[in-house]
Design a protein around this ligand. Structure first.
Ligand code: KMH
Ligand code: ZN
Length: 281
């Protein structure tokens, strides 16, 4: 069975991330109010999933458990989006804090399947950590999205599923994160190679970092995949034109999906595809 091609396009928005500085990009949503406002706009523009990193009062990345739980509650209250918390955090976050993200009871979480050079830093994901995080998602019923920054991460994903079995919800959904300096390049040939290596029956999205964002978006649509966009991944809408807000990235992705004859998927349909219950909480 090959990887699945859908008739609609799941759009995930990654609005904040851990790397972009608010001082450099004032449109970046960093407060809870800004995040909720962005989430509502992005849902209206066609997003079905939100990939969440949070910031502290000084706009620095944090994995504070109370803030995470408050964020999940506020997003549930204000939107129908599937709430996916980042367990990747920032490269400086300790592993125990990253494991504890699941205690905030999100619908879903990111789960990166390997270590990768990350610009001048290292994004550390050892096999024991990946295994422990995955086992916790299974125990707590949090649906993982497997983040794949390199082709070797796909081999680790196969090993993980072989060792520990199916994820919560029973469905494997992956996200190809392309164009990170140190990871796989964001080009069509690499995307096709990665998709060919994915587990049978899985679904996948792709995102391209920085200037690879539009080529990866177009390649993903052409190859039958889903999309992730957002200011975590790119702060430039076009050459010399900064992003003014996440919703315009979602709107562009939704328009491209429409053109590809696979319009944006609703949050309710995303829940069905990902194996989530009909409503969160
Ligand atoms: N901020 C990166 C170090 C994830 O969210 O799971 C990791 C990252 C992946 O963004
Ligand atoms: Zn992230």
């Amino acid at each position: 069975m090959p990887v699945k091609t859908a008739t609609a396009t799941l759009i995930t928005v990654a609005p904040t991330g851990a790397e972009v500085e608010k001082a450099a990009v004032p449109a970046l949503p960093v407060t809870l109010d800004e995040l909720v406002a962005t989430a509502k706009e992005c849902q209206a523009a066609g997003a079905a999933v939100i990939h969440v990193h949070i910031r502290d009062d000084r706009a620095r990345p944090t994995l504070d458990p109370v803030r995470l739980a408050d964020t999940v509650g506020a997003l549930r209250e204000a939107t129908d989006l599937v709430i996916q918390l980042s367990t990747g955090g920032a490269v400086t976050d300790p592993l125990d804090r990253r494991l504890a993200v699941l205690d905030a009871a999100p619908d879903a979480c990111s789960l990166t399947c390997g270590t990768v050079n990350f610009g001048d830093e290292v994004f550390l994901n050892s096999w024991p950590f990946i295994r422990e995080l995955y086992a916790r998602t299974q125990q707590l019923g949090v649906v993982p999205e497997f983040e794949l920054f390199d082709l070797g991460h796909i081999a680790t994903l196969h090993r993980l599923l072989g060792d520990l079995g199916a994820p919560a919800g029973g469905h494997v959904h992956c996200d190809l994160v392309m164009g990170v300096p140190g990871g796989m390049p964001g080009d069509p040939a690499t995307l096709v190679a990665a998709v060919a290596a994915l587990p049978a029956g899985s679904t996948w999205s792709a995102t391209g970092i920085g200037r690879t964002s539009v080529p990866v978006l177009l390649a993903a649509l052409a190859a039958g995949g889903h999309l992730r966009v957002g200011m975590e991944d790119t702060t430039s809408f076009a050459r010399g034109r900064p992003v003014t807000g996440n919703a315009e990235l979602v709107a562009r992705a939704a328009a491209a999906a429409e053109l590809a004859q696979r319009p944006a998927m609703s949050p309710a349909d995303a829940r069905v595809m990902l194996g989530l219950p009909a409503s969160g909480g």
